[in-house]
Design a protein around this ligand. Structure first.
Ligand SMILES: NC(=O)C1=CN([C@@H]2O[C@H](COP(=O)(O)OP(=O)(O)OC[C@H]3O[C@@H](n4cnc5c(N)ncnc54)[C@H](O)[C@@H]3O)[C@@H](O)[C@H]2O)C=CC1
Ligand SMILES: O=C(O)C1=NCCCC1
Length: 311
């Protein structure tokens, strides 16, 4: 039965969640998820539209059966005006005692969302990017762009990192905040020209990245466009690439890139990790990320373990 309910804020989540611990645990969880006899439970995200506020609430429960760990994330996403300083994603995670049903902890979910999403994209790149990848481009300059910059530069060695964003001032702010040199680009075409690895982390609802600009063999981790009628990538890119996803079920229900282009999903990342589908590193690849409750559960469990060690 429960101990006391604890509240774990953003700073503590930041302090306790490190990519070096998170990435291997996510790899295990993604692999488990993609096994035909999986025991972990994660329904497709339930969404409540908030039309008045141009957003939605997403509910993302997950049960890690092997670890008897139950939680749910509640995440609101808003399509903010381009000049707005308000965050577009706000998330909270509740840890629930699976036996008794009481809440054990309430945790900030913003850092969890930023880090686990970037960590999963880094796993996709580890598996799918060209063997000799030198140029890394990020489209977008918000929260996901920064977490992706952090984990990609921590995990890989690129010769050049580029950023493009809607507003040049935002790209410049991003470049100043980054820990290493970042080239600010004027256009998407300039930013992705010759790039080996591209992350799209924008709030775009129409394509911003066009296949004709993407170098054959490049790897694209597409993080935005999380509704069935939203896009960041055009049909040319979706048809020329081998498409990998986090969850086939999630992609079929929520990904505008997959649904509207009619592209076939080649594999889940977990299938590649399990060795049941190949990593086609020599081809142009797209990893379409939508986010999964089990990813939040893995991150929240790590945070809670660390929190208990420190209290
Ligand atoms: N796949 C996943 O697991 C997750 C995906 N997301 C998605 O990632 C994307 C980025 O999220 P955050 O970084 O938190 O948002 P943010 O609001 O911090 O940053 C968004 C960026 O997109 C740019 N932008 C806005 N409208 C645009 C447009 N029409 N065309 C091009 N760029 C535009 C902004 O200038 C900003 O640089 C969102 O689409 C969000 O839904 C967020 C969390 C998890
Ligand atoms: O997985 C998540 O968390 C989110 N995915 C899409 C946009 C909102 C947050």
């Amino acid at each position: 039965m429960a101990e006391q309910l604890v509240v774990i804020g953003k700073n503590e989540v930041e302090e306790f969640l490190h990519y070096k611990d998170l990435i291997p645990r996510l790899e295990v969880a993604l692999g488990e998820f993609s096994k035909p006899d999986r025991e972990d439970i994660q329904p497709v995200r339930c969404t409540v539209p908030l039309q008045r506020y141009n957003g939605f609430l997403g509910l993302m429960p997950a049960y890690l059966a092997h670890e008897d760990f139950l939680c749910t994330k509640m995440v609101c996403f808003y399509k903010r005006e381009s000049g707005s300083n308000l965050p577009s994603t706000r998330a909270t995670v509740l840890l629930i005692d699976p036996e008794y049903g009481n809440v054990n902890a309430v945790m900030d979910g913003d850092v969890i969302t930023a880090k686990r999403t970037a960590a999963v994209s880094a796993i996709s790149a580890k598996l799918l990017m060209p063997a000799k990848s030198e140029v890394f481009t990020i489209l977008g300059s918000g929260h996901q762009a920064l977490s992706h910059y952090n984990v990609f530069t921590e995990t890989f060695s690129f010769k050049q990192v580029r950023v493009w964003s809607w507003r040049r001032e935002s790209s410049e702010r991003f470049a100043q905040a980054a820990l290493g040199p970042v080239t600010v680009c004027e256009s998407v075409e300039e930013a992705v020209n010759g790039a080996d690895v591209i992350v799209t982390a924008t709030r775009a609802t129409e394509p911003v990245l066009f296949g004709q600009w993407v170098k054959p063999g490049a790897h694209v981790a597409a993080v935005g466009a999380c509704r069935p009628d939203w896009r960041e990538l055009d049909d040319v890119l979706m048809s020329k690439a081998e498409v990998y996803v986090d969850s086939r079920e999630g992609a079929a229900a929520e990904s505008g890139e997959v649904i509207l282009s009619g592209a076939k999903v080649f594999a889940e990342l977990g299938e590649v990790l399990n060795g049941t589908r190949p990593a086609q590193r020599e081809k142009t690849t797209v990893f379409k990320s939508l986010g999964m409750g089990i990813q939040d559960a893995v991150a929240a469990k790590l945070v809670f373990e660390q929190w208990k060690r420190h209290h």
